[in-house]
Write a protein that binds this ligand. Structure first.
Ligand code: GLY
Length: 381
């Protein structure tokens, strides 16, 4: 395994920041689509669950370069996020953390924007409305009275830092209590004995009892969708940061081992961990998310074990940099190639989108992992 060097980390951040700066004219007054088409992101309205990642890249590029153009774009986009939550445009789902942490908590943290803070607090309030008492979880999608939607998904662990942040900001412990309730439920049901994860888990709407695990974006109900596994890893690391609960570390160890044992030779995983070789599409975004997870958890572990996960993070980032990054802006307006948003299989129900393309969270977490490795970063999560 080759670990990324300090010089390469700086080179990668320079390149990524320059690409973000080049993209500002297209994506300041509009958002970046969830995934590229032939490696070029179209613009979109601020209506997708993914729109927070591009402003997150802008904030990270601002931290790296100090460019006033980036700060200006952050403010413009934060207004769009305030407008979205005030008007309640496409916010009836659980992805308030993915949307508002990298776009607005970040800007409040970097420059004290009160309007960004207001937007993020409203988003936390919205996320609270997704709590289902019957089963004790935050419902992912759809109508809150519909049994067919009475389920949570593994990704939601990444939405919880917004609730912890809201408690810290307001002194209102209810946000934290809901986050803890969801975490307990997720830890209980989303993880299989071998450390792999269910993408989605249904609870009984009448009794709140557990029903079954399924998938939407993974290959099969009994396989592990790769990105879900890495949302779990990063979510566990962040949950440990906020709760100090040792069970998060235990589960992290087991689930990280499952993930690492299924990486192909170049370390960049296939879109589902059932595949370990062959020509199925990769999901490069999962490698960046895992690197962030390892670097976060390393901060909470004894030095020897921390070194093990840091070493894996550096190896993942070296290979992303060497073999997957965009090297020529003529070929792509993204940062990292070969991500997979949703791949259809004979056993899943997803709409195929963004297969073997750049994906906006892949670009964001690539930059976040590099920023973490550069050192001195204060987390937005
Ligand atoms: N949260 C949905 C995804 O990762 O595709």
């Amino acid at each position: 395994m080759t670990e990324i060097s300090d010089a390469t980390i700086l080179q990668a951040l320079d390149e990524a920041s320059n690409q973000v700066l080049r993209n500002l004219p297209n994506f300041t007054y509009r958002c970046q689509n969830h995934s590229s088409v032939n490696n070029f992101y179209p613009a979109c309205d601020n209506t997708q669950w993914t729109c927070g990642f591009w402003p997150g890249e802008i904030c990270l590029a601002y931290e790296h370069t100090g460019s006033p153009a980036l700060l200006h774009a952050s403010y413009v986009l934060a207004e769009s996020f305030l407008d979205r939550i005030v008007r309640r445009r496409e916010v009836d789902h659980h992805d308030m953390g993915f949307l508002y942490t990298p776009s607005c908590v970040s800007l409040y943290h970097l420059d004290g924007s009160k309007r960004a803070r207001t937007a993020a607090l409203l988003a936390a309030d919205q996320l609270m409305t997704r709590f289902q008492k019957k089963g004790s979880f935050l419902q992912a999608w759809g109508n809150m009275h519909d049994q067919k939607n009475h389920r949570f998904i593994i990704d939601c662990l990444m939405n919880l830092p917004l609730l912890y942040w809201a408690s810290d900001q307001t002194g209102d412990e209810r946000y934290r209590e809901i986050a803890l309730s969801h975490t307990r439920t997720c830890l209980h049901y989303s993880f299989r004995p071998d450390g792999s994860t269910y993408h989605t888990f249904f609870m009984d709407a009448q009794t709140g009892r557990p029903l079954r695990g399924e998938t939407v974006q993974g290959y099969r109900f009994d396989s592990a969708w790769t990105r879900g596994q890495t949302w779990a890893l990063y979510g566990l690391a962040l949950s440990y940061r906020y709760t100090g609960d040792a069970i998060c570390i235990e589960q992290f160890r087991q689930s990280a081992a499952y993930f690492l044992a299924r990486l192909p030779a170049d370390l960049i995983p296939y879109w589902d961990l059932i595949f370990t070789e062959g020509d199925e599409p990769r999901d490069s975004s999962s490698a960046s998310i895992a690197a962030c997870a390892f670097l976060e958890m390393a901060q909470h572990l004894p030095e020897q074990e921390a070194g093990y996960y840091r070493s894996w993070a550096k190896a993942l980032m070296q290979n992303l940099f060497s073999f997957y990054r965009v090297t020529d802006p003529v070929c792509s307006n993204g940062l990292v190639l070969h991500g997979t948003y949703s791949k259809r299989s004979p056993f899943n129900s997803c709409t195929p989108e963004g297969v073997d393309e750049c994906v906006s969270w892949g670009d964001y977490f690539y930059m976040e992992a590099l920023t973490r490795l550069k050192g001195g970063w204060v987390s937005y999560w």
